[in-house]
Design a protein around this ligand. Structure first.
Ligand code: TPP
Ligand code: DXP
Ligand code: MG
Length: 630
């Protein structure tokens, strides 16, 4: 049977649909999303939860003239499907395919490259202020989740939205979930709002007013304003958080009721002040396994639709994350001062195991990386030993706190950067390709990049026994399958490990690149080229002796890292050479491999390594070319 979805080529096509047809469309969209993500993987539960909300928005707004801004963008699949991307939808998150987040160079309906939480209100306010400066009249609406709203950037934007008082609508998509259950005082506040009798009465009043008068225009704002005043008589003033910040706030609405959403949105869009439209949704709505387990389906690998079970990728080595998770448990048994901090990523970073075993020493700060790192410095000043586990890409938010609150204070804290290097399907917003640069540049910081799981375990042990701030950076996915020591050992600070001897060429490799370098050395050995491979292990302090020896004893030195070349590990090695080599020393041919001055697209990690020339084949090719040119 023909689907309504196949007839939607732009949001304008939604405007002629009845509410019943929109409801049918909603279930077709859900089927499409489930079917595609069962093959590609993706952020299914967040996207399932907002289908009606997105349809209501696109039925009322006139995009692309009007602007719809998504926070994180992991809930934007329905938006993609009704803005002309149905045909490409099966390429979701694949190399060359459509992104799992909004992306302006993919569609004129996408406002900004989303992926990092809590930025949508700043972007939306900027769009609104630009509109006011231009004197145009487009509507600006942003959709932000209850957890993303707790991020510092969103609070900073709210602070200004309340002051500027320009018309815009902030839709709060309240599903009580972050990836796991949402945490924090704001989340509790929202919970009280949802259940408050006064609010329920207010919602019913708004509802009946809307129903009796249809589209109310400015009248609704007056109603809302009046109700705001009347609510004050019923509930404690602190419950009026958003209204006291200067936004008119609706009572919680049913986020799966298309007619109610449409009517309310039409009304609040008439407001000449900013409005917060509080919408309650169910994460994973419409697919039972995701409704039952929204955390598992927040971001899911390919799965079986009937059972909801993830398709097995065939029991390889354990993931770096779980090696870290287990190693930290052991360390925390031995050292009662260890406190673990996550910024809303307890399962992603493996700290969920720690939370279970040591709940009193586990802290989830919510989506608040800056605060997590600031908090660590306070805990360290107070005599505790904080272990902060944050994805490399999200730590970008907290570089200042690393520098000032930890490195300048020289407090002892361990920063565990999971997902260092390229992550794959999530693409440019999520690749951890800057961390070797932003940690290496910080005085007092020590930086370790283990190349296998044994080094990760020993590296964690070492980091916990050093002084000052220490960063441990390891990749997404499976480790190498080497044996993990029963009792972790201390690593010598700044000491590399030569894993292959050779005297034609030296490859100085960092982290996961060691594996590729060794495979390249094996290929080149068959061609009679003798390659030394040095697993550098420490990015800071770097093994200066090993670098100098390599440059004096071989014809060609190649550094290889899965980090941006600018200021990265290769630059560090080059700095050593320019500082240490004396004029009479023979200058070696020196080549840096890594990520050039550009963002890296989504795709499978091996595909991306190949594209960048940092897989074994690419490294071997570079060596051959350079040797031929000598
Ligand atoms: C700065 C940053 N930190 C962490 C994340 C990881 N992350 C992605 S979505 C998410 C939870 C978002 O929850 P919410 O905003 O309520 O949206 P929902 O998934 O519930 O729709 C988190 C922690 C991120 N994308 N950006
Ligand atoms: C949207 C978001 O930021 C997270 O859900 C992220 O996609 C998780 O990535 P992992 O799959 O690597 O845990
Ligand atoms: Mg949520």
């Amino acid at each position: 049977m023909a689907r309504i979805l196949d007839m939607i080529s732009s949001p304008a096509d939604l405007k002629v649909l009845t509410d019943d047809e929109l409801a049918i469309l909603a279930s077709e969209i859900r089927e499409q999303m489930i079917s595609t993500t069962s093959r590609t993987g993706g952020h299914l539960a967040p996207s399932l939860g907002v289908v009606e909300l997105v349809l209501a928005c696109h039925s009322v707004l006139n995009c692309p003239k009007d602007k719809l801004v998504f926070d994180v963008g992991h809930q934007s699949y329905a938006h993609k499907l009704v803005t002309g991307r149905l045909e490409q939808f099966d390429t979701l998150r694949t190399f060359g395919g459509i992104s799992g987040f909004t992306k302006p160079n993919e569609s004129e309906y996408d406002q900004h490259p989303s992926g990092h939480a809590s930025d949508s209100l700043s972007v939306a306010l900027g769009l609104a202020m630009a509109r006011d400066l231009r004197g145009s009249d487009e509507k600006i609406v942003s959709i932000i989740g209850d957890a993303a709203l707790s991020g510092g950037m969103a609070f900073e934007a709210l602070n200004q939205i309340g002051q500027v008082q320009t018309p815009m609508v902030v839709i709060l998509n309240d599903n009580e979930m972050s990836i796991a259950k949402n945490v924090g005082a704001l989340s509790s506040y929202l919970g009280r709002s949802r259940t408050s009798r006064s609010y329920t009465q207010t919602r019913d009043n708004i509802q009946s007013k809307l129903e009796s008068t249809g589209r109310l225009g400015r009248g609704l704002v007056d109603v809302l304003r009046n109700m705001k005043d009347s609510i004050k008589q019923f509930i404690i003033p602190n419950e009026m958080l958003f209204e006291q910040l200067g936004l008119v706030c609706t009572a919680p609405l049913d986020g799966h009721n298309i007619p109610e959403l449409k009517r309310t949105l039409e009304a609040v869009l008439e407001s000449d002040v900013p409005v917060l439209m509080h919408v309650v949704t169910k994460k994973g709505a419409g697919y039972e396994p995701a409704e039952k387990n929204p955390e598992k389906f927040h971001g899911i690998a390919p799965f079986d639709i009937a059972t909801g079970e993830v398709k097995s990728s065939g029991g390889g080595a354990p993931k770096y994350t779980s090696v870290f998770s287990q190693a930290l448990l052991k360390e925390a048994e031995a050292n009662q001062d260890i406190v673990a901090i996550t910024a809303a990523m307890s399962s992603g970073t493996g700290l969920d195991a720690f939370a279970k075993q040591f709940p009193e020493r586990f802290i989830d700060v919510g989506i608040a990386e800056e605060h997590a790192v600031g908090l660590a410095s306070g805990l360290a000043l107070g005599g505790k030993l904080p272990v902060v586990a944050i994805y490399s890409t999200f730590m970008q938010r907290a570089i200042d706190q690393l520098i000032i609150n930890n490195a300048l204070a020289n407090t002892h804290a361990v920063f565990c950067l999971d997902r260092g290097g390229l992550v794959g399907d999530d693409g440019p917003t999520h690749h951890g390709m800057f961390d070797l640069t932003y940690t290496r540049m910080i005085p007092n910081m020590k930086v370790l990049a283990p190349s296998n799981e044994a080094q990760l375990v020993n590296g964690l042990h070492t980091a916990l026994h050093l002084d000052g701030p220490v960063t441990l950076r390891y990749p997404r996915g499976e480790a190498r399958g080497v044996e993990v020591p029963d009792e972790p050992e201390m690593l010598e600070v700044g000491k590399s490990i030569t894993t292959r001897e050779g005297d034609d060429v030296a490859i100085l490799a960092f982290g996961r690149m060691v594996q590729e370098a060794e495979a390249a050395a094996d290929m080149l050995a068959e061609e009679g080229i003798s390659v030394r491979v040095v697993d550098m292990l420490w990015v800071k302090p770097m093994d200066e002796e090993a670098i100098c020896k390599a440059s004096l004893e071989t014809k060609l030195v190649v550094t290889v890292e899965d980090n941006i070349l600018a200021g990265g590990a290769g630059s560090g090695a080059m700095e050593v050479l320019t500082r240490r080599l004396v004029p009479s020393d023979r200058r070696p041919q020196f080549v840096m491999l890594g990520i050039p001055d550009e963002f890296v697209p989504q795709g499978k990690v091996p595909q991306l390594y190949h594209m960048l020339g940092i897989d074994a084949e690419g490294i071997a090719d570079t060596v051959r070319r350079q040797l031929a040119a000598l």
